[in-house]
Design a protein around this ligand. Structure first.
Ligand code: ZN
Length: 315
């Protein structure tokens, strides 16, 4: 069986540290590569050295998703193939068409959510996250159900929601998975609003995708989930049930606040009065997620007013 070694790296983000996992199999691979800050590079170097390896020895970098605390140091692994979901490449390649489209997409999105224009600077803040990301593009694009090269029993399973590039990698025989940020022991993952793959079509309903992905994870009998942050998870089925129940409760708390036709921004102001000031993107995403869920449950309706703002109302 493949030996798995955890390497923890610091991040500049609220989540704390991130996990990378070295897989010693027929091929020497690493799952996720931290944030592009010097302290994370040093932590990776020290973690490899403890196993008598250098960056050059690693043959493959496997990416769970494109967020900066996971794809930071692709450039450090000079001899490695980089494998993951095609969506990672928009960021790793700094795809100009994607970045242009992203600005249009978010401005349109904020307008529809009824966010005053003075908050538009937030769009640039989000796009600047690319500074923490590597620039070595994918050498192999994985699709849902593909086997990871060099690891005959490890299967890529598309699990969108937290990110539009998200895979978990499942080894059913050995009863484990690399879960990325699908399931974290100490915090619920945020269903971020992101540009759809292919840059066309409607906004992905991230919370609904995420719930479906959690159910997908729970459908496997896994002894261990190697998570992107925090501890290795040994009670994934139970934890999925807890996450889904808590999300339902969060949605019902949002539901209780809707006493008139309100925009996403107005509901966020009521739901996260202080947190909204510092974490606009995250709080809007979370509120929108609850509203998508309530709409799916038939509890709210959504209409567009004469200014193009979406308004939600209890049924
Ligand atoms: Zn993460």
């Amino acid at each position: 069986m493949d030996e798995i070694i955890r390497i923890e790296t610091p991040t500049p983000f609220g989540v704390g540290t991130a996990n990378s996992f070295l897989i010693k199999g027929d091929v020497l691979s690493i799952v996720d590569v931290g944030t592009k800050i010097p302290a994370a590079y040093e932590a990776l170097e020290a973690g490899l050295k403890a196993q008598n390896y250098r960056f050059e020895d690693v043959e493959q970098v496997i990416l769970t998703h494109h967020h900066p605390d996971h794809i930071g140091w692709t450039d450090a692994f000079k001899n490695a193939a980089i494998v993951g979901h095609a969506y990672n490449d928009y960021w790793l390649r700094r795809d100009k068409a994607f970045f242009d489209y992203q600005r249009v997409f978010y401005k349109q999105q904020l307008a529809e959510e009824g966010v005053p224009e003075l908050y538009n600077r937030w769009v640039e803040k989000m796009i600047r996250e690319a500074d923490y990301m590597g620039t070595t593009p994918l050498s192999t694009i994985l699709r849902d159900g593909d086997t990871v090269p060099g690891h005959a029993n490890l299967i890529a399973v598309e699990t969108l929601g937290h990110a539009q590039s998200h895979f978990m990698f499942v080894d059913e025989r050995a009863s484990y998975a690399f879960g990325g940020d699908l399931l974290i022991d100490f915090v619920a993952s945020n269903p971020l609003v992101e540009v759809p793959m292919g840059m066309t079509g409607l906004r992905p309903k991230s919370q609904l995708q995420y719930n479906a992905s959690l159910k997908k994870l729970a459908s496997y009998d896994l002894a261990r989930v190697y998570a992107g942050h925090g501890n290795i998870i040994t009670n994934s089925t139970e934890l999925v049930a807890i996450r889904l129940e808590k999300q339902h409760q969060r949605a019902m708390r949002a539901y209780a606040l809707i006493d008139a036709p309100l925009s996403v921004f107005e509901i966020t102001q009521r739901f996260y009065p202080t947190k909204m000031q510092v974490e606009l993107g995250l709080t809007l995403s979370s509120t929108l997620g609850q509203l998508d869920y309530l709409e799916q449950q038939g509890l709210v309706t959504r209409t567009i007013d004469d200014k193009g703002v979406a308004r939600y109302e209890q049924v």
